[in-house]
Design a protein around this ligand. Sequence first.
Ligand SMILES: Nc1nc2c(c(=O)[nH]1)N[C@H]1C(S)=C(S)[C@@H](COP(=O)(O)O)O[C@H]1N2
Ligand SMILES: [Mo]
Length: 335
Amino acid sequence: MLIKKRTGIEIPSSEITPKSAYLSRRQFMRGAALSTAAVAAGGLLAACDSPDAEPGSSAADVSAVQTAMPGKVSATADELGDPLNTFEEITTYNNYYEFSINKDSVASLSKNLPTAPWQVAVGGLVNKPKIYDLEDLMAIEQEERIYRLRCVEAWSMVIPWLGFPLAKLLNEVEPTSAAKYVRFETVQDRENMPGLNSSLFPWPYVEGLRLDEAMNDLAILSTGLYGEALLPQNGAPIRLVVPWKYGFKSIKSIVKIDLVDTMPESLWMKTAPNEYGFYATVNPNVDHPRWSQATERRIGEFGRRETLMFNGYGEFVAHLYDDPDFDTTQTVRGQ
Ligand SMILES: Nc1nc2c(c(=O)[nH]1)N[C@H]1C(S)=C(S)[C@@H](COP(=O)(O)O)O[C@H]1N2
Ligand SMILES: [Mo]
């Protein structure tokens, strides 16, 4: 991955490129995305439950300009040479079930989510529990991390995040020797999140990491992307990003982080324990019970590409796992 240190996240609004200044392939893919949603809505478990649809293949797609937002990122590609997804793609094709199971609806439904003031309560098995104001977290040195995001549904993007290693925050609160896992919880804003009315899911959205996974430098708390503060659809004001695991581990709009001694049960483990395990490491050799994970569709590209073990981050994280195939799906290791 590319890492570039940045100090401070304050981006004057004058620097923000108007969306009309660039064009994206996204707008040509709406039809395909809608059909994905339609399939999802028909199933019991909705979008994280359905394989990704193929994109439409219109001529317009080929000629669409896929310009990122130059000047706000240090590179235009990831370390493998693959181009960044556009700001438009990253902010209009979203999984955020508290708003909708329809990826194309999340941006508009979430635009009024109040994200300031915001607090994150960090506690549990720690010596120094603390309720952080967002400003405290923004004061931590922000870094740019260009990461691939691989959804379990088999689509992917390359995203230039801003944020800081989760380990920095965990070290501040000092986990006790009893702490073995980290449990994260998303805000439940009933007024502004229509999806919370759905009884298909055991809200709130909860995710977890083993403590050593959480301490790995690749695991970040993100506060922005493309040099701007996060928008609600991407998990404003602060969300987890764990690039070697399927996207559902990267929990959005976090209000609570607890150090615990037993494996947290995530929303997806409760919803479909036979399909979504705790570890959820990206692994092309272990298929989802209902579809292959060997290949993926990079948003903005035609065809499919091979999925990489650990999403291409094995060099940094393989040592965390005894048996990667086991750890892709199972929930019991380490308990
Ligand atoms: N709270 C919450 N976090 C969430 C989700 C969600 O529905 N609710 N969806 C997850 C899934 S399935 C994916 S693929 C990523 C998508 O992140 P993005 O929309 O920023 O690309 O967010 C993850 N975090
Ligand atoms: Mo996902």
